[in-house]
Design a protein around this ligand. Structure first.
Ligand code: ASP
Length: 368
């Protein structure tokens, strides 16, 4: 009787288990990862469900751009997540506008859409811009029309919950207008249910009192064949000025990848990622030989210095202790499959998927 041939995925999982065991014996860091071909995905905490779904397909050879886009689409379509796509918090006029971009290492090409409306999957439209046009970026009305031309139906993205939060924000903006906040009721209602924002659960109070709430999903992917790609998608800052575009659709800011080096993306205060060309800089520092974590920390130090300089004109950019008054998370992956997740502050999580499975790991904070 012939034994069934193990498929590629089982072989990879077995190789991973053997490598982990040998590291445990040697008590050393898993440096062997740098030498083995293996699929890896790295990104924001809210990418975990999508990574869990795509990991087996990546083990079977799924292309990295397909994987990255499938990962982010899960959150784009989730009405409960208020930071991305359907259910995302709107701009100050109550209109949901989305930003998304993708980049493909092997062809060094990218596509993006900014301030697109009524479109469930802006990540797929960004891919269409990359693959079906000679442009890199479409914005506003043109981007929405382009989406319709390619069969993306018009979808109302403002959910009842997001509309209610927006209205409460508007009512609480000023005590010098004629809008009044609703009287407190003892009865528990929809507002008592936690609000999901970038994988975290927030109260309505937190949603309304946090200055400029941010939320986005990024995924960088390295395929079995060693090809790189990435995707970032968001509804941007809540209650932003209409027309505002963040870092997510800006190639080099919210994401960047170079087949010769690696891939990176960011979430958090988009303006700081734009002003530092954060993702491009991450990749360039890795090109110079830095490990992903060192490159990410160097970019966060640069962002800190830039905020401190900017505070001369915009004091609210820094706290009393002189450090940035905002957060920025960076996710980095090199061509050898080494990765890191770093942030300015906090103990937040990021998502990783490789032969050890899909999981959350803790971001390393520059300023504790
Ligand atoms: N970076 C996004 C933006 O500025 C928001 C976020 O990541 O939370 O639009």
């Amino acid at each position: 009787m012939t034994r069934p041939r193990p498929d590629r995925r089982s072989l990879l999982l077995a190789a991973g288990a053997a490598a982990t065991a040998s590291h445990a014996l040697a008590g050393s860091a898993p440096a062997v990862h740098a030498r083995r071909r293996r699929p890896v995905m790295v990104g924001s905490a809210n990418g975990l469900p999508g990574m869990q779904a795509q990991l087996p397909r990546m083990m079977d050879g799924l292309e990295p751009l397909d994987a990255a886009i499938e990962v982010v689409k899960v959150v784009e379509a989730d009405p409960e997540d208020m930071s991305v796509g359907l259910g995302g918090l709107p701009d100050e006029d109550g209109v949901v506008t989305l930003d998304a971009a993708c980049m493909h290492g092997p062809t060094h090409n990218a596509g993006s859409v900014g301030a697109i409306q009524d479109t469930l999957h802006p990540s797929e439209v960004a891919r269409l811009v990359m693959e079906r046009t000679d442009h890199c970026m479409l914005v506003g009305e043109g981007a929405s029309r382009f989406a319709r031309e390619y069969g993306h139906p018009k979808v109302d993205l403002l959910t009842e919950r997001a509309r209610e939060v927006w209205l409460r924000w508007k009512e609480g903006m000023s005590d010098r207008d004629d809008r009044l906040s609703p009287k407190k009721s003892k009865k528990s209602g929809a507002a008592d249910r936690p609000y999901r924002y970038m994988g975290e659960e927030l109260t309505l109070e937190q949603l309304l009192t946090t200055h400029r709430i941010t939320g986005t999903i990024h995924c960088s992917a390295l395929s079995l064949e060693g090809e790189l790609a990435c995707c970032t998608t968001t509804s941007g800052l809540s209650f932003k000025i209409p027309g505002r575009i963040g870092d997510s659709p800006v190639i080099g800011a919210g994401l960047y990848c170079d087949q010769e080096v690696g891939s990176a993306g960011g979430t958090g205060r988009g303006e700081s990622a734009i002003l530092s060309c954060a993702s491009f800089l991450c990749v360039e520092l890795m090109r110079g030989g830095m490990a992903p974590k060192d490159a990410g920390m160097a970019v966060l130090r640069r962002v800190t210095e830039q905020a401190q300089r900017g505070a001369a004109w915009q004091p609210e950019l820094v706290r009393e202790d002189g450090l940035p008054a905002f957060n920025l998370q960076l996710y980095l992956l090199n061509g050898a499959g080494e990765y890191a997740g770093v942030e300015l502050y906090g103990t937040h999580a990021f998502s990783v998927a490789d032969e050890d499975g899909a999981r959350h790991e803790q971001l390393e904070a520059l300023h504790g």
